[in-house]
Design a protein around this ligand. Structure first.
Ligand SMILES: NC(=O)c1ccc[n+]([C@@H]2O[C@H](COP(=O)([O-])OP(=O)(O)OC[C@H]3O[C@@H](n4cnc5c(N)ncnc54)[C@H](OP(=O)(O)O)[C@@H]3O)[C@@H](O)[C@H]2O)c1
Length: 331
């Protein structure tokens, strides 16, 4: 095992968070039960803020950044894990209050780890990352609620060409739900059709303020946009349906009425991936392994070397990244 290794660490420099590559040893890592050799991490918008120092993501410093990781257990003081187990970790405050995934080694609590299904390589797992795992949590939430059924009314996915949206489209279509993708990028229609979308709605149409109760079109939906888009989705959902809401890409507001809820029993199902309990995580990863087409997944991400991280952070904040980025911390 390497004595010294590289990590991307945010430190306090003159009262401001500043990130850079640093050499760590195993003795520097937190005293958690499971030592993981990290293979890959990812780049999320939040990581871009942390790495560039443009956002105060870390709530204590120094902090190893990176909110996702995939790797192999090397040592474990927990009976839940043994050397050689392949794992992923998402959320749980990684990069905020707990040291994260931009490092060759990390020590983590046993309950933060999820077994990586055999179906996925580390690279694919991080191609899915928090966005894809959250999409799976959303589809789980809709099915648990009993809102949607294969061959039934249409299911709406907003922000469809984004990370959460595109994997939600693929997972829903694979289960036989007719999926309508809402996107502001018509050039992504072929891509989304390839993932299984059967129809499209311009995202501008969902941004207009509408009546509190509109034509009942959707059995349910996955919303990563929030604001008026979410309100319209709820207003257009049929009796007994549900919208799983996980994001605020458009807005954190909820400028609607109670009418869809009290007159149509429409449910707003909130989805948080960060503190989701282990059984929900296992269910989400099992769904991804079963329903996500491997060749479609390959089209959704690119792999970049560790040392490109600062440049990639600047790009994601400027909106210049297409699809998802896997960060290979071994090169
Ligand atoms: N709850 C959780 O645990 C959790 C986990 C992961 C992510 N999230 C949140 O989920 C959201 C989506 O994440 P992501 O990784 O999928 O992001 P992303 O890849 O940037 O995708 C977001 C998509 O939303 C649409 N969009 C962006 N700005 C918009 C606007 N002003 N009005 C309407 N639509 C807009 C775009 O879709 P089109 O290009 O198709 O129009 C964009 O591709 C974010 O808010 C993120 O913070 C939450």
């Amino acid at each position: 095992m390497a004595e010294n290794f590289t990590a991307f660490v945010i430190e306090d420099v003159g009262g401001k968070p500043k990130g850079g590559f640093t050499t760590l040893t195993l003795a520097d890592l937190p005293d958690n039960d499971v030592l993981v050799e990290v293979a890959c991490s990812t780049l999320n918008y939040k990581d871009g803020l942390a790495v560039s120092g443009k956002g105060r993501i870390a709530r204590k410093l120094p902090m190893v950044a990176g909110i996702d990781l995939a790797g192999t257990v090397v040592e474990s003081r927990s009976p839940a894990w043994k050397p050689g187990d392949k794992v992923v970790a998402n959320g749980w405050g990684l990069s905020e209050t707990q040291w994260g995934g931009y490092t060759r080694f990390q020590r983590l609590k046993a309950e933060w780890l999820t077994r990586l299904p055999d179906a996925f390589s580390f690279e694919e797992a991080m191609g899915i990352g928090t966005a894809g795992y959250t999409a799976a949590l959303c589809v789980d939430a809709l099915e648990r609620w009993g809102a949607i059924r294969p061959g039934g009314k249409e299911v709406l996915v907003t922000g469809a060409a984004g990370g959460v949206g595109s994997i939600a489209v693929a997972l829903l279509a694979k289960r036989g739900y007719p999926v309508v993708a809402s996107t502001g990028r018509p050039e992504t229609h072929d891509y989304l059709r390839g993932l299984g979308a059967s129809d499209f709605i311009d995202r501008a149409a969902l941004l207009e303020k509408g009546a509190p109760l509109q034509k009942e079109r959707w059995a349910g939906g996955v919303d990563s946009v929030g604001g008026q888009t979410l309100v319209n989705a709820l207003s257009q959902t049929a009796w007994g349906g549900a919208i799983a809401a996980c994001g605020l890409a458009g807005s954190s507001d909820l400028p609607g009425t109670v009418l869809p809820h009290i007159l149509r029993s429409v449910a707003l199902l909130g989805v948080d991936s960060v503190m989701a309990p282990p059984d929900r995580r296992d269910a989400a990863w099992t769904r991804l392994a079963r329903d996500l087409d491997r060749s479609a997944l390959k089209t959704m991400y690119e792999v970049q070397p560790f040392d490109a991280l600062p440049e990639l952070a600047t790009k994601i904040l400027a909106g210049n990244i297409r699809g998802r980025v896997v960060v290979d911390v071994t090169r």
